[in-house]
Structures are given as structure tokens and as C-alpha cells.
Design a binder for this molecule. Structure first.
Ligand SMILES: Cc1c2[nH]c(c1CCC(=O)O)Cc1[nH]c(c(CCC(=O)O)c1C)Cc1[nH]c(c(CCC(=O)O)c1C)Cc1[nH]c(c(C)c1CCC(=O)O)C2
Length: 354
């Protein structure tokens, strides 16, 4: 009975993977490492396969998703794969007119700024993203004992793109709605939470071994505003994800003042950007929380000796956490030399070996 046996073996070794063990705060024989945006423009093989295919088309084609997700695993030997997609994919799947412009990011044709706009956000059905189910299924087969991380954008970060119509420095229209029309804001956040939860559930049902919620731009908020207007929604998502029995990672940029609240929202692992050393971050999160991070992605442009010294410092400080997954403090920058990432992966493994 080869098929059930293969699944059984995979189950055992997958759960023993350093990444899943570190997420669960279990002892590991080496610190696991992966990189946000490890699939993408830093890799020549990515640029080749994406050459004639628009981003959102690539995100809807299982063959492209599988190939691009596998590329950094093959090249760098990282301890986890992250599903190749984008945070706006579920919004496109429910029919919103949006695109991803290279060098810019998501752009929304008709931004959502009032009650009528919010009504356009219908629930996501698994059939809307059947390509996700297919791609994840193929990927977990190919990855074997290497875990696949599913992901979604968190409601605040999605709301910012939808309200502003594209990337924003100050999030002024977003804050205007949040501060000025709390009922509309909460309606928008509730609808986005339902979509986000469903998108993550589809990935887990198809075999993703962990999930990461990206609230990339939430560092724009004060702690009070985060607690009042964002935390209840994010906590709702994490509570429901808790029923799925996969580790939950919560990440944002510029969240030094928010780390305890990010952790309060219910994640098993909190991702930290490069601004807060991990030993300090460990004091800010709830007990029984692992940390992920946090080498400055720009440090990879310095000479190798500098990278190595800083990576060693991250590992040392990471020992203060109850579990540590090595990562960058934000995504890989497009012009990063991919050989630096391969070398860094080997270095983290060697340095942390017990
Ligand atoms: C804020 C955000 C977005 N998308 C995402 C976030 C949260 C993570 C973060 O904070 O960086 C999440 C994301 N987007 C992408 C991934 C792939 C998986 C991985 O991490 O390797 C992930 C996890 C692919 C992508 N998403 C995008 C690319 C670049 C598209 C291209 O190759 O032209 C990739 C590989 C486009 C995108 N999409 C978005 C931005 C800001 C951009 C970059 C715009 C640009 O500089 O061109 C929105």
C-alpha cells in the first residue's frame, strides 16, 4: 500500500521538522531558517519563468505556483517553503478589479470608501480558489518532509490597499474611515476577516503545515488604535485558526510598540522586524510564544563578514526566546545576491547546530 505508507512517513518526518518543532517551542538540533519573499525577483530562475506571465496570472496557475514555490527550497536548502501567491489573490478571486504592478504593488481600480463599496466584499468560497487547493496538494507531495507555510494578508493591511487604492505611506484615508466611521470600519474588517480565514483554511485543508498572517503595515497605528480597531478582528481569525492545529505566525513591520498586542491576538509565533533585538522582543510577547526574525534585509548588501556577524548576533539573542525561527526582519529585497542567502542558510545551520 504505497500511498498510505508514504503519507504516514511524511506525517512523522514532517512533524519532526525543525521548523514545526521550533514553532511549537520544542527542542531542535539546529535553528530553522526561511525567508519572507524567498521566492521572487532575487532569483534568476524566478525572473525567467515570470518573464511573459503577469503576476496575478502566475498566482492562479498551479504549474507556476509549484515551480516558483520550489525554487528557493532547491537553491537555498531552507527549512520551509512559503506558498507563492500574494495577499490580494483572495480579493481578486471574489471579483474585485485589481492588479499588481511591478515595482509598485497592488492597485485597486475602484477603491472601497463607503457602505456600497464594502458590500462588494462577498465571502470567499473554496471553489473561487480551486487553483490553491490543486497547487498546495502537488506541493506537499513534492516537498516531502519540508513544511509548506500558507499565508494571507491581515484585515488592516488588506483594508489599506482597498481604501487607498494602492500602496500608501501615511494610510490617511484608511485612518479617516477607522477614526471617523467606526461602524463602517468594523463591517469592512469583519468581511475581510471572513475572507482571510477562509483563504487560510483552504490552504491548510490542502496540506499547508503552518500559516502566517501578514499585517505588514499595521506598525502605522498606535497601540490604543490597534487595540480598539484591529486586535478584535485579528484575534477572531487566530481563535478560529486554533481549531486547525497548525502553528500560527503573526508578522508586521515597525511593530516595536505593538509586539505584546500582536502576541495577545493569539499567534504561536510572532515575527519581529530588524528594529527590535530578539531578546527584547522576547520580553514583550506573551509567555509560550516563539519568535521569528530578524536580520535586516538591507544587511545582505554589506560584505559577508558583516552579514555573518549580524546573523550570529540574531542567533544569540534568539536564544532568549522560547523557540526561534531565523528569518529576515522583512522580505528579501529584489536586488539581493541570491548566493548571500544560500550562504546565510548554511551559516545559520552550522552556527546553531547542537
Ligand atoms: C504587503 C504585501 C504584498 N504582498 C505580500 C505582502 C506581505 C509581505 C510583505 O510585507 O512584504 C505577501 C507576498 N507577496 C508575495 C509573496 C510570496 C511568497 C514569498 O514570500 O516568497 C508573499 C508572502 C509574492 C510577490 N508579490 C509581489 C511580487 C513582485 C511581483 C513581480 O515579480 O513583479 C512577488 C514576488 C508584488 C507585491 N505585492 C505586494 C507588494 C508590496 C508587492 C511588491 C511590489 C514590487 O516591488 O514590485 C503586497
Amino acid at each position: 500500500m504505497p500511498a498510505p505508507c508514504a503519507w504516514h512517513d511524511r506525517g512523522v518526518t514532517l512533524q519532526d521538522s525543525p521548523f514545526l518543532r521550533a514553532c511549537r517551542r520544542l527542542p531542535v538540533d539546529r535553528t530553522p531558517v526561511w525567508y519572507m519573499r524567498q521566492a521572487g525577483r532575487s532569483l534568476p530562475e524566478y525572473r525567467r519563468v515570470r518573464a511573459d506571465v503577469p503576476m496575478l496570472e502566475a498566482c492562479a496557475r498551479p504549474d507556476m505556483i509549484v515551480e516558483i514555490t520550489m525554487q528557493p527550497v532547491r537553491r537555498h536548502g531552507v527549512d520551509a517553503a512559503i506558498y507563492f501567491s500574494d495577499i490580494v489573490v483572495p480579493l481578486k478571486a471574489i471579483g474585485l478589479d485589481l492588479d499588481i504592478k511591478s515595482g509598485v504593488g497592488p492597485v485597486v481600480a475602484d477603491p472601497i470608501r463607503d457602505a456600497d463599496g464594502i458590500k462588494r466584499l462577498r465571502e470567499l468560497e473554496p471553489d473561487d480558489v480551486s487553483f490553491v487547493t490543486e497547487a498546495v496538494g502537488t506541493l506537499v507531495g513534492e516537498l516531502g518532509p519540508t513544511p509548506l507555510i500558507g499565508f494571507a494578508g491581515a484585515p488592516f493591511t488588506l483594508a489599506s490597499y482597498l481604501i487607498e487604492g494602492g500602496p500608501s505611506k501615511n494610510h490617511e484615508r484608511t485612518k479617516a474611515l477607522m477614526y471617523g466611521e467606526p461602524e463602517l470600519w468594523n463591517d469592512l474588517m469583519r468581511r475581510l476577516s471572513v475572507i482571510t480565514l477562509e483563504f487560510l483554511k483552504v490552504q491548510v485543508a490542502a496540506g499547508a503545515g503552518a500559516v502566517q498572517l501578514f499585517d505588514s503595515w499595521v506598525g502605522a497605528l498606535s497601540a490604543e488604535d490597534y487595540r480598539a480597531s484591529v486586535l478584535p478582528h485579528t484575534a477572531w481569525i487566530f481563535e478560529r485558526l486554533g481549531e486547525l492545529d497548525v502553528p500560527r505566525i503573526h508578522f508586521g513591520v515597525g511593530t516595536g510598540e505593538l509586539l505584546s498586542l500582536l502576541s495577545e491576538a493569539g499567534a504561536d509565533v510572532v515575527g519581529v522586524d530588524w528594529r527590535v533585538p530578539l531578546d527584547k522582543a522576547a520580553q514583550r510577547v506573551q509567555p509560550a510564544t516563539a519568535l521569528q526574525g530578524n536580520l535586516d534585509p538591507a544587511a545582505l548588501f554589506a560584505p559577508w563578514e558583516v552579514v555573518a556577524e549580524r546573523a550570529r548576533d540574531v542567533l544569540t539573542r534568539g536564544r532568549a526566546a522560547e523557540g526561534h525561527i531565523f528569518n529576515l526582519g522583512h522580505g528579501v529585497l529584489p536586488n539581493t545576491d541570491p548566493d548571500m542567502l544560500t550562504r546565510l542558510t548554511e551559516f545559520v545551520h552550522e552556527e546553531s547546530q547542537t
